[in-house]
Design a protein around this ligand. Sequence first.
Ligand code: KG4
Ligand code: ZN
Length: 344
Amino acid sequence: MNQNKDSIILGIESSCDDTSAAVLINGKIHSNVVANQEVHSSFGGVVPELASRAHQQNIVPVVDHALKKAKIEAKDLSAIAFTKGPGLLGSLLVGTSFAKSMSLGLNIPLIDVHHMKAHIHAHFIQTHNKEEKLVPKFPFICLTVSGGHTQIVLIEDFHDMTVIGETIDDAAGEAFDKAAKLLGFDYPGGPLVDKHAKNGDSSKFTFTYPKVKELNFSFSGLKTQFLYFLEKNKEKDKMFIENNLADICASYQDHIISYLFKNVKKAMDRTGCRDLAIAGGVAANSALRRQLKELGDQYNYNTFIPAFEYCTDNAAMIAMSGYFLYQKGIFANQHISPKARITF
Ligand code: KG4
Ligand code: ZN
């Protein structure tokens, strides 16, 4: 067992199509290496089998790089934190097996991390050579928007989180990616919609909101609505997409953001929280980041946005989550297996 006074956590993330490793020393990030998988771009989505094979190829060099960048040797580590789920089973298996063997080989604790909680814990990441960053105060609301999830979460403590609203079908990231595919963009199309929307008029086209109970969302109808919108307009103008790309992206993106914010506002009213955060891959969206600040100014909320690199999948957030569990002595054993679906 490591006798070092410092707590040095290696985080490993492999839930979808990014292989990542990070080193956190005494709660501060010293390295965060992410290998994106280009192999899926022309398929319109992540191909699970290709993802697990790419993780197998990437994991050793990515972990090695993260350790070197942090100037740490494997023998210095205090614990290994890995993503247990939710995610793609084959992808999760690669990170889980690697973390288990490393923990066994080094005789150090193994910590299983919930991927969606980790997206929220990304707000607490401090970087070793940067100014201390302000963090949300409990209780706060976090809108977690990724490629697989859309949730409104009430966070009362690091380990006390309740989902108070969520999508009943597609995630917000899927709404971006599926529309992007219809516009002819490669996967993941969300960042490209964001890029083109920057030059567009968001009031040019309008879409309707589905009726969903309570604080929940539905995005699958929006994809169909968008498809019919494109088809109808292409009947009149074959070059409709090319001639209106920026306005289409801006209007569609704005519609998703205002839909998300409708329920976020309700959640803030209902819970009385004053601190509001966003997390997950879609939190990298420039308009969402800007409009969250505006929402905060309008209603006097303190708003929190993770650094860009901690929005999309990364191991820094896994190491951060792992650190909170490490401090409480909550460890996994060698019988643990990954889970494609897990609740909070
Ligand atoms: O959190 P994440 O990296 O992976 C999952 O856990 O799913 O989120 C990926 C999602 C994708 O749907 C991607 O298109 C979306 O985040 N995304 C964006 C932007 N950057 C990533 N969506 C809109 N605008 C962006 N700038
Ligand atoms: Zn994620």
